[in-house]
Design a protein around this ligand. Structure first.
Ligand code: UDP
Ligand code: MG
Length: 337
């Protein structure tokens, strides 16, 4: 048997005596989908015939998600639950799931079945071949608004231009990572996280698996415009210093431009072409314009400053209220791996 794949990586040796795959599912107000998600995921994972675990992370849901997740855990020991003390956000929920995962590979998938679980076997196949990060690439997005599709397109491409890290476009957090990658990710404890960016930053052998992004099975998006903007901001500020350089560049340009303006206004004033009120009015307008600009620039700098403050405070990324079906000792031990 050939133990190399088509591009020469060593084929992976899997130990089927321990958990081969951990599936992390973040949940925020997903009472309408959790049952179906569990069914579809279980059907796919059982079909593979490998030991697996499903880790639900309840991110401070305000509906019956927690109770439903607990009921599933009570009936099926392969399903585990991490219950957050409050809503910490999607990216943090994913992180907590990865922290607790004991599988040789870890899959992150949304709860709403927009990322079809049926793609997981294909991802595992690539992993067996030797790839470390297998990310889902959306070739189409069904049932999403024009606004969402347009902003996503602009965002992924714009981000690539602004950062030095090569991030695949049209890619969400639906991906499979090898335990090595998960362990490396564990070392990156930055707050205001953009997990897919951090995974790209880590490197490793990466490969896409294409899929069609389906309609949400039920419920509504948990990413309103405010959360979308926050994610975009986290992505940009954690991976680029270009906004700061933009400030400097604009400053230099404006200083030169205003100097030229001053000279021209003086000449026009002396020549009597521009009256006194004209000079005062334009000076006032330009003054206000620059004050506004300065405030925007200070705002940009303060965003970076706030992030630094967030890191220096050293607060934990998340607080767990309860764990279900976890061996506590194991979880702590795993954290130190
Ligand atoms: N989610 C979460 N915490 C949040 C917001 C969302 O855990 O604060 C979860 C949500 O339950 C889902 C995934 O993150 O499993 C993606 O959210 P959603 O499907 O609403 O985002 P969209 O697909 O609309 O971008
Ligand atoms: Mg979704």
């Amino acid at each position: 048997m050939n133990d190399k794949n088509e591009i020469g990586f060593e084929k992976r040796v899997i130990d089927t005596r321990t958990t081969v795959c951990s599936v992390v599912v973040p949940l925020y107000n997903e009472q309408d989908v959790i049952g179906e998600t569990y069914k579809r995921l279980t059907a796919v994972m059982e079909g593979l015939g490998i030991p697996y675990e499903i880790i639900f992370v309840n991110d401070g849901s305000r509906d019956d998600t927690e109770q439903l997740a607990r009921a599933i855990c009570a009936a099926d020991g392969r399903v585990k639950l991490i219950d957050f003390a409050r809503n910490f956000g999607h990216q943090t929920a994913i992180t907590a799931g990865m922290d607790a995962a004991c599988g040789q590979s870890v899959v992150v998938i949304d709860a709403d079945l927009q990322d079809p679980p049926e793609v997981i076997p294909e991802m595992l196949e690539k992993w067996y071949q030797g790839y470390d990060v297998i990310y889902g690439k959306r070739i189409s997005r069904e049932g999403e608004t024009f606004f969402k599709k347009f902003t996503a397109k602009v965002f992924y491409r714009g981000l690539n231009k602004m950062t030095d890290v090569d991030m695949p476009v049209d890619t969400g957090d639906f991906r499979l990572i090898d335990r090595k990658v998960r362990n490396a990710l564990l070392e990156v404890r930055e707050h205001n996280r953009y997990v897919r960016g951090i995974v790209s930053w880590l490197g490793f052998r990466t490969c896409p698996v294409e899929f069609e992004r389906k309609k949400r099975f039920a419920g509504t998006t948990k990413y309103p415009l405010k959360k979308m903007l926050r994610l975009a901001k986290d992505a940009l500020l954690s991976f680029s210093f270009k906004p700061l350089r933009l400030v400097t560049g604009t400053g230099v340009f404006l200083s030169c431009a205003s100097l030229i303006y001053l000279i021209v206004a003086l000449i026009l004033g002396i020549a009597g072409i521009l009256g006194m009120t004209g000079i005062i009015f334009t000076a006032l307008c330009t003054g206000l314009f620059f004050v506004g600009l300065l405030m925007i620039f200070m705002g940009i700098q303060n965003e970076y400053l706030a992030r630094m403050f967030d890191e220096t405070r050293g607060r934990p990324l998340y607080v767990i209220r309860d764990r279900v079906n976890f061996d506590d000792y194991d979880t702590e031990a795993r954290k130190r791996q």
